[in-house]
Design a protein around this ligand. Structure first.
Ligand SMILES: Cc1ncc(COP(=O)(O)O)c(C=O)c1O
Length: 446
């Protein structure tokens, strides 16, 4: 049997393994794949030159260097927005943007539960109340049809998160948010170059935020950005991110970096990106387009192969999504189609075949930290027992609970290699399915 025939069989859910592979790797057989997937980050002369230039210039921060400003201009052009402010990381981008939107203690902000905890932490950093809205079963994104019911007279904003780099249903979110006067902050931490109806995400709502943390498709170790077409909003963000120093002090104020530069309009913090990080981003950006195209191609091929395997359902795109960043490749695993092999054992068996995979997020709305926060002195005082009781009663998100038990993730770097890599992934899943019964009854701990 040729390799291609084996892959086709795997894709059809009828893997026929060679004698060397006659057992799943988790039970002592040969793995489908022995080669590692592409590593990350990818580093070349541009990164080294950029860092060296900043090092020898002695200009290491945005106040005296030019890299941060150059990056802001290039990134704004790349995603098609008027303004970009670079900040220390994606979490601080969210905090800065919430400040720019004037989110305050006592306000409520609608969030998805299927996200990284930073989305929620940023809301909590403003002493605002995150209100969770359930997930759409097919897309794994926030379900806009459930937003209206979660709005109260304290709600000021919605944060759709483009999870895995695939756009959330922005038309649905805007239709729910705008008639109620809510701001829309797109958390695009995972979604560089993703598109909604041909427009880059982060530019569809009132503002967007990005992360350039080490795992992200655009990476400087740590880093983040806030984008918007609203110049006044960006100036509020700018002042906040550099300890309340406005970019353009009022004429005649005369003060500079003495704590206040003449007109402290609000509180602030130091959340500046360094020149070193901006130099790395400028270099990494040169590869972003080609890498994104490679992920597009490989993900489409993988979806074609996986959609044929019973029990594996790739996450759907909301209607209106025209490009994913493929920061993650996600699918739903149906154990009933795999001889009731528990997901934990499926993941272990896949990993033994040389295909690293994870089960993704746990339900954030149920994590103990939320209860601790609701019980804190400050939240009790600001929101009152009646509102917090109601919050707990409404905090039932059955679609998300189920998804958190069924999801499987591959990381973006697995999509950066060859078509053959996708065939390995499909073949490994097919093989695990073929031996699911033996794996399910084996005593190997999950
Ligand atoms: C959806 C989401 N929001 C926010 C963040 C926070 O970004 P950072 O880690 O750069 O602070 C992340 C990072 O993983 C994320 O995935």
């Amino acid at each position: 049997m040729t390799r291609r025939e084996a892959v086709a069989a795997a894709a059809a859910g009828i893997t026929i393994v060679t004698s060397a592979q006659a057992k799943p790797a988790a039970l002592g057989g040969d793995p489908v794949r022995k080669k590692p997937f592409p590593g990350w980050p990818i580093v070349g002369p541009a990164e080294k030159d950029g860092l060296q230039r900043v090092l020898t210039s002695g200009k290491w921060y945005r106040g005296n260097g030019q890299q941060v400003a150059a990056f802001e201009q290039k990134y704004a052009e790349l995603i098609g927005t008027k303004h970009c402010l670079a900040v220390a990381n994606g979490t601080s981008a969210l905090m800065v943007a919430l400040h720019g939107l004037d989110v305050q203690a006592g306000d409520e902000v609608i969030v998805p539960p299927y996200t990284f905890i930073a989305t929620i932490n940023a809301v909590l950093s403003k002493c605002a109340l995150p209100v969770f809205v359930d997930t759409d079963a097919a897309s794994f994104q926030i379900d806009p049809s459930k937003i209206s019911a979660a709005v109260t007279d304290r709600t000021v904003a919605v944060i759709p998160v483009h999870i895995a780099g695939t756009p959330a249903d922005l038309d649905g979110v805007l239709a729910a948010a705008k008639p109620k006067g809510l701001k829309v902050l797109e958390d695009a931490a995972q979604a560089h170059l993703a598109e909604w109806k041909g427009k880059r995400v982060g530019t569809v709502g009132d503002c967007g935020t990005f992360s350039f943390q080490a795992s992200k498709n655009l990476n400087s170790g740590e880093g983040g950005a806030v984008v918007s077409n609203d110049g006044d909003f960006i100036e509020r963000c700018y002042a906040y991110h550099t300890n309340s120093n406005a970019r353009k002090p009022p004429a005649g104020s005369g003060a500079f970096m003495s704590g206040w530069n003449g007109a402290p309009a609000a509180q602030g913090a130091n959340l500046r990106l360094t020149e070193f990080q901006a130099a790395l981003l400028l270099a990494q950006m040169e590869r972003l387009d080609a890498q994104s195209k490679r992920r597009d191609e490989n993900a489409a091929y993988l979806s074609k192969l996986l959609s044929e395997i019973p029990g594996v359902t790739p996450a759907a795109w909301p209607k209106g999504a025209t490009r994913s960043a493929w920061h993650l490749y996600m699918f739903r695993y149906d154990a009933s189609q795999f001889a009731n092999l528990p997901r934990a054992k499926f993941l272990k068996a896949l990993s033994a075949e040389g295909i690293p995979a994870s089960g993704g997020y746990a339900p954030l709305n149920r994590q103990p930290f939320m209860e601790n926060i609701l019980n804190s002195r400050g939240y009790q005082r600001i929101y009152g027992a009646a509102r917090l009781k109601q919050w707990r009663e409404q905090n039932e998100l059955p679609v998300n609970d189920r998804l958190c038990n069924e999801a499987v993730w591959f990381t973006q770097t697995m999509l950066l290699g060859e078509k053959r890599d996708m065939e390995d992934i499909a073949a490994a899943i097919g093989k695990v399915r073929q031996f699911a019964s033996a794996l399910a009854t084996s005593s190997t701990p999950a």
